[in-house]
Design a protein around this ligand. Sequence first.
Ligand SMILES: *Cc1c(COP(=O)(O)O)cnc(C)c1O
Length: 394
Amino acid sequence: MTEILALEDTHTSGAYAKRPVAMVRGEGAILWDADGNRYIDGVAGIGVANVGHNHPVLTAAVLEQLDRLTICHEAFYSDQRARFLHELTQRTPGDLDRVFLCNSGTEAIEGAIKVARYFTGRTDIVAHKRAFHGRTMGALSLTWNHKYRDAFQPLLPGVSHVPLNDVEALEAEVTERTAAVVLEIIQGEGGVWPADPEYLNAVRHLCDEKGVLLVVDEIQTGMGRTGKWFACEHFDLLPDVLCLGKALGGGIPMGAVVWRESLGQLPTKSHGSTFGGNPLACAAGRAVLRILTDEDLPGRAATLGEQFVRELRGIKSTRIREIRGRGLMIGVDLRSRVGPVIKALMGKGVLVIPGGPTVLRLLPPLVIAEEDLAGIVQGIADVLRELNEDPSGG
Ligand SMILES: *Cc1c(COP(=O)(O)O)cnc(C)c1O
């Protein structure tokens, strides 16, 4: 394994805080490293592998499509794309029926910014504090954390950030120049902070009243993660524009901007992507939709998520401040920094990621076995106890 780490370190960009382990194989919610060590995966590629690693239906669909046709620009029609668009929009709520396909989450946000500007003829965007929407220059302008932004100013003009769940602040910020309000139903990267139902209701009404588009970023919360296909469905909230990514292609890069049919279509040449809507990604996306449906993974996320939170709440540790989330998108907010906890968990074969400085973010594959979820709970309980026993421990 040391050879792999050294090779990668010699050439890697430096943009990532890396953990000293090289993964070589996965199955369901289990990963193996190059030395054969086994891990319970509470990360899922950061909410990508909702259907699990190496799902046989997804693998077969991708292999079959590789054998037929990998690339077909949207200047031509594609059998896989046509069927994927149909099947996806059968699932998206309301008249969210127009789709621009791209290759990542940040590109979906870039697309949504253009859609909002085009259909409203306005320029400004209201985003939220603690929000994460990606790292290309447009999406970065909507992302809140100064650590991501500071070195890259100036960013897009006309973007402001209001605190999530503060209706008055939002009302004060929306003007006749506002094209869109952008939000995550549960802020992921920011620390698993949910939007209040009353706030979502107020945002929808304010947007309707002021002719502003409501852009909902479900790049992390979508595709069954929170216990419904899309987190907005917990609240009967119909977005004007829905951004998807992460789990959409099950690991094959894919993003989508989906907007209401009533808004209309973009004019030709106003947007584009060489790889967007390629038949390989569309075949993968179709397999993901089929697996989520056939295995009722949104329902499984709801049931397992409740059980998971109950077990996590059973951990008796003064280090736990709060447990938040929905379905299998859970944050364990600690009274200390998460770094040492995450490192110690990896030593016990449990992988989790942070969501901000004090939150353990848990995003396991929705196919995870109950005993592996219990393994994550046990790992967290053991690590928190051991850190308390060790006076130098974090
Ligand atoms: C991950 C994420 C993005 C960015 O997606 P990339 O594919 O990494 O560009 C945007 N918004 C949310 C809510 C995310 O979780």
